[in-house]
Design a protein around this ligand. Structure first.
Ligand code: ADE
Length: 421
């Protein structure tokens, strides 16, 4: 593959992209270790990989590890609004990775790019949201026979894949990277937490202290967003459909109430549910003037955008990443990043230090799939415990943190049941 077989905004941005990729690299010590190991051991020599991922500085550093391991990697965007065009240019010009990604691409181009990634005839797929696997199973079934397996990065993608597996539709094994503890406990919580607040602040520059800030969904992402909003001095409300999560939110010190009630008093509302039309027409009708809406879930379906468009009598763009909808009664609702994931569309996504762990899992799982091809059933598999623990150990070492070991006596005690009070 050559630089010609790519579709990017502007190759003139490549040097800027390389400098930013290098900046992120210095925050990714686990990937640095893996890059050196993969260069030595070449676990992916000649393996064709297609990755449908957010094209960011962090993804570029994952690409370095995979290509150091010998992979023939091709990348396309996993979201039309998350691509960093300078990174796409650097991937093509400086790192030799064919890339199909242009920030702001329309849906037709987005799917065209996914098909270019499939034309690469992947033996392993890497997905963030499962669009690549979904297209492969729906319209490129001729390619299925050569696919050894794939990895999935995000909660939404894992939910889609489990639905495919439940229908018996999955034709190769997938590893749910999201399910690794070293992924979701850190990336979803601290990564989404910080980058969502970053996106909201960059887009609006509105003070959060004293504002009523509703987080819709108290999964790992919602927990992270809520905690960070609270840290900014916001008064945080959680809305949930799951009684256990609602209870946890209450005991974590947050107000808990139905979405309809929260809509009437919120200054900010952020969705992190993975579900469709969570904020809907009745909620728009109840909202205060000026309410700011953002989505942090993978797809732009959490806020019912067609309903919002239908209710509005006018729409303006006062700032980049902000659309202001005017209602007949004079109220305004402000939507950030067109309802796409605000942390990547209005900021730069999760910081490199957490993506370091997520992408270390990706790299190790891809190598694991290749080394153990044919051994997995066509199901969604968890990340092997050894990989999860290795990523944690490497990260601790990089942070210069040491931990204790059980003594012989303690191990024996834990393995016995005879000894009591
Ligand atoms: N998902 C969330 N943040 C990301 C980042 N910085 N790079 C790639 N994928 C991401």
């Amino acid at each position: 593959m050559t630089a010609a077989s790519s579709d990017i905004r502007d190759k003139g941005l490549a040097d800027k992209g390389r400098a930013r990729i290098q900046w992120a690299y210095s925050e990714m010590p686990v990937l640095q270790i893996l890059e050196a190991r993969f260069a030595r051991e070449r676990p992916l020599a000649g393996v064709r990989l297609s990755g449908c991922l957010h094209i960011t500085t962090e993804t570029a550093n994952l690409a370095r590890v995979l290509t150091a391991g010998g992979a023939q990697l091709l990348l396309c965007a996993s979201n039309p609004l998350s691509t960093q065009d300078d990174v796409a240019a650097a991937l093509v010009q400086h790192f030799g990775v064919p890339t199909y990604a242009i920030r702001g691409e329309d849906s037709r181009r987005y799917y065209q790019h996914i098909h270019r990634a499939l034309d690469h005839q992947p033996q392993i797929t890497l997905d963030d949201g499962a669009d690549l696997v979904s297209e492969l199973h729906q319209s490129r079934t001729d390619l299925l026979a050569q696919v050894v397996g794939g990895t999935e990065e995000t909660t939404t993608g894992v939910i889609r894949l489990r639905a495919m597996a439940a229908e018996g539709a999955l034709r190769f094994p997938l590893i749910a990277v999201n399910d690794a503890l070293t992924k979701h406990l850190f990336d979803n919580r601290y990564g989404t937490g910080q980058s969502t607040l970053d996106g909201i602040i960059r887009a609006t520059n509105i003070l959060l202290a004293s504002k009523v800030f509703t987080v819709v969904g108290y999964g790992w992402c919602g927990r992270g967003i809520a905690r960070r909003a609270q840290g900014h001095g916001a008064r945080v409300i959680i809305t949930e459909v799951d009684p256990l999560r609602a209870l946890e939110a209450a005991m974590d010190g947050f107000a808990v109430m139905p979405l309809q009630e929260a809509a009437a008093c919120s200054d900010f509302m952020v969705t992190a549910t993975g579900d469709k039309h969570v904020i809907d027409k009745a909620h728009f009708e109840a909202m205060k003037d000026g309410c700011i809406l953002a989505n942090s879930g993978h797809f732009n379906v959490e806020i019912n955008l067609p309903a919002l468009e239908a209710l509005a009598v006018d729409k303006r763009r006062p700032r980049p990443s902000v659309d202001e909808y005017f209602f007949q009664d004079g109220r305004r609702i402000r939507l950030l990043a067109e309802g796409r994931l605000v942390n990547l569309a209005a900021a730069e996504g999760h910081p490199a230090a957490v993506m370091d762990m997520s992408f270390a899992n990706q790299a190790l799982c891809v190598a694991h799939l290749w080394a153990h091809q044919g051994e997995f059933a066509n199901q969604v598999h968890g990340v092997p415990r050894e990989i999860d623990e290795e990523v944690a150990r490497l990260k601790l070492k990089a942070l210069d943190l040491s931990i204790d070991r059980l003594t012989e006596e303690q191990s024996t005690y834990l393995a016995s049941w005879r000894e009591g009070t």
